[in-house]
Design a protein around this ligand. Sequence first.
Ligand code: B12
Length: 440
Amino acid sequence: MWLLLVLLQAAVLPAQPCEAPGEEAVAAVQALSRRLLGLAADPGRDPDPSVYLALRLAGDHHLAGEQQYLTRLQDTFQSHYNRTLQEAVPPHGHPHRDATAEWPQTGRLALYLLGLRATCPPPDPSSQRSLVTWLKHHLEEDWAGSRRHGHPLTSYYQYSLGVLALCVHRKRVREEVIRRLLEAEHHHKFRHAGGSAVDTEAVTVLAFTCLERKRLVRSRLAAELRAARRRLRRRMVEEQRPDGFFGNVYSTPWAMQVFIASNMCQMQTVYGQAMAALLKNMDAFTTTATMAQVLPVLHGRSYLDITSMRCQEEPDTLTPINPEPLPEMLGTMMVQLVVECPLPGCSQHRLYDQLVPAPAGASLLDVLRAAAAQEPHNFTFDTQETPQGPFLISVLGLEAQQQKRNYWQLLTDPSTSLQMGVAEYRPRDEDTIILRLSKW
Ligand code: B12
């Protein structure tokens, strides 16, 4: 009887304490994992280290598929950095600033290095040494940028990812570099116009947790990090929305990683509420990037679990599925497209205001294409491919500038910032969409 009870309980309880509970949830999570695996197998998509991390942190695996994906990632990163290293590294081993003339790649390299730590069996650490040196270099550039401009050259999100990845690789970073994050937290600098701070706060908490846990900082700093961690966690709990989300549906998985990494998922009802909200909104995760960010928490894992991968216990049972085509909608819709330039230096505030007909159910990207094709051909735009999808970089010949921290913000009337990019958002008939050159 006793044995039966234990067995029954084992069948009902999730394998990981923070995992999505219940049979229905397990099936939904597995379906999402299988879809991500299907998308990862598409050679037409650039490999993304977050996708690899999500596959590695899942409960079940397709080990051959993961190995293939890793090879593609290695080809991309190793060849880029080997080439740049040959051009850039002087004999004493520190990369020159000029040879990395492009923007620092703090976040991407950090995610790749996190991915490498998650492979089974772990690769020879000597093969990663030069990449770790590069990451330190990018982080230093970001730190110098933050002193000069008051913010890192990339963003605090990428900066925190950099600290986290170096910590997971057990590499020390200068105390001043860490203190920059503490100051930013103290002065509420993580929030940027048009976006919430939750994603960045959560990555920072993970980085602080790692630094403390791996004892990579002195005890005084460790105490400060612990206090900041508690503050940030308390703030997240206080700011949880009535629908269960922290920030929005896409930042919620990051916030949940905080509770997993702090072993607090079972104690906090907020965690259960957030998990229930995610499970109710699984269809919001349509891009590889958003799927990759939600899957680890649905499996009850955080990025800190990378440091304790159990290579012997990985079931090789996952099979890919291909995405289903979206249902076709009949008819046309009319979208009011408005372009605004409210920044100093703009010739006019409202630069464009036209009604655009498009097929019902079309994406915002399709609406922009329809506007460009429409007489008198006075609308132009350009996008750039990113791991999150196409990013709108220029409208009517006005390019958003990374250096000036401008971006083309997407809004619905009067001022609601969209939670999706141009390829994912589907306007409805009679919607007004605003493309606004904003500061972040
Ligand atoms: C920083 C940030 C920004 C900055 C990026 C500038 C910079 N130089 O860093 C700014 C403020 C410009 C920005 C803009 C937007 N963002 Co943003 N952003 C982020 C954040 C916090 C970190 C991204 C990052 O650095 N990743 C690490 C690097 C290594 O990965 P990466 O993929 O190479 O990152 C680049 C691209 O992702 C791109 N990018 C940033 N945001 C977005 C959003 C979309 C849809 C696309 C296609 C690209 C893109 O800029 C990054 C830096 O170069 C994420 C949070 C998260 N959870 O991912 C949200 C996030 C990716 N953004 C989001 C959104 C919704 C937007 C906007 C659509 C908001 C809006 N209404 O205008 C716009 C994009 C509009 C456009 N022009 O196409 C959502 C995307 C959700 C989804 N469904 O895909 C996220 C997940 C935030 C959230 N929790 O809702 N963002």
